[in-house]
Design a protein around this ligand. Structure first.
Ligand SMILES: C[S@@+](CC[C@H](N)C(=O)[O-])C[C@H]1O[C@@H](n2cnc3c(N)ncnc32)[C@H](O)[C@@H]1O
Length: 287
């Protein structure tokens, strides 16, 4: 991402979360009342809550974006809930938190320490926007550039209150596709260093073919994110990820496409709008 500029992609995905409210109630899987505020300058405000907005939200185009973020958010929210039930004293780390407002919107996290790590430019903007909304997040903020050495990150996390002897769930959502391989490798080693027994890593990723041989829709998205200074650069084919993670001390528990997850929740004609071929999530545990 371009130095000193807050992430644009973080704003777009946050807005898409809020736009879930345009869907018919039976299709809504996650609710984020904060997200649209981060993309205010880029959004036609009249769309939110309008009849046109509601019609577009269930059609390819706007619907692809809104439904995709609903399923991605829900899959990870479910992992958060399951982790907290299993580890009531657990901690949540959002690696590349962007404008993720789980610390504010998930009631289950009321007594769970949440640590948000992100680029200083994005993080400062997040605090400013939340401040303007009058929303006080209980999250602990740690500013970091993942392209800089990662070995010291665990120290910064501990300085922010993280307890290394307690289990943690690290969420790495919508970040891996923007990082260099060096930053990916260093991040996985950094996460491993803060994982006490019982810890987990939940991440999303693109298959390389989604970046290199994009569908017409993905070609458009790829052009837009590149123009915004955040090009897609990294992906794994689904079968490559388990050995890659094993080499860094993790075992994979789940490795699924978001299309499959969409079919778990929605009728086939709605799930088909998501077009998430090659967009996947993985749950891994340190060995
Ligand atoms: C698409 S956003 C996803 C944000 C959030 N996880 C979500 O799903 O809403 C990508 C995030 O990665 C962060 N990011 C990208 N490159 C980074 C870097 N080199 N150092 C720190 N953060 C970075 C951006 O600031 C941004 O918040």
């Amino acid at each position: 991402m371009k130095d000193a500029r807050p992430s644009l992609t973080a704003a777009w995905v946050a807005a898409a979360r809020t736009f879930g409210t345009l869907l018919p109630p039976e299709l809504q899987l996650a609710h984020d009342p904060y997200g649209a505020a981060f993309a205010k300058a880029y959004l036609p405000e009249r769309l939110a809550g309008s009849r046109l907005g509601r019609a577009l939200a269930v059609r390819p185009g706007l619907g692809t974006w809104v439904l995709y973020m609903q399923i991605r958010t829900r899959v990870l929210d479910d992992h958060v809930r399951a982790f907290i039930v299993a580890h009531p004293r657990g901690q949540l780390v959002l690696l590349g938190a962007g404008y993720d407002c789980r610390a504010l919107r998930l009631a289950e996290l009321a007594n769970v320490p949440v640590f948000e790590i992100d680029h200083p430019a994005t993080q400062q903007r997040k605090q400013r926007v939340l401040g303007k909304l009058g929303a006080t997040s209980p999250a602990h903020y740690v500013a970091w550039d993942f392209e800089q050495p990662m070995s010291e990150l665990v120290g910064a996390l501990v300085a922010a209150g993280f307890e290394r002897n307690l289990p943690s769930l690290t969420i790495w959502e919508g970040v891996t596709m923007y990082l260099s391989e060096g930053a990916i490798d260093a991040s996985l080693r950094a996460v491993h260093a803060w994982c006490a027994p019982g810890s987990q890593l939940a991440m999303t990723y693109f298959e390389r073919t989604r970046i290199e041989q994009p569908s017409p829709m993905m070609r458009l998205v790829r052009t837009v994110v590149r123009a915004g200074g955040e090009p897609f650069v990294w992906g794994w084919q689904a079968e490559e990820l388990p050995p890659y993670l094993a080499a860094r001390g993790y075992t994979v528990r789940e490795n699924r496409s978001l299309d499959e997850a969409a079919r778990d929740h929605w009728p086939p004609e709605v799930a088909a709008i998501v077009q998430a071929r090659g967009s996947r999530y993985c749950l891994a545990e340190p060995i």
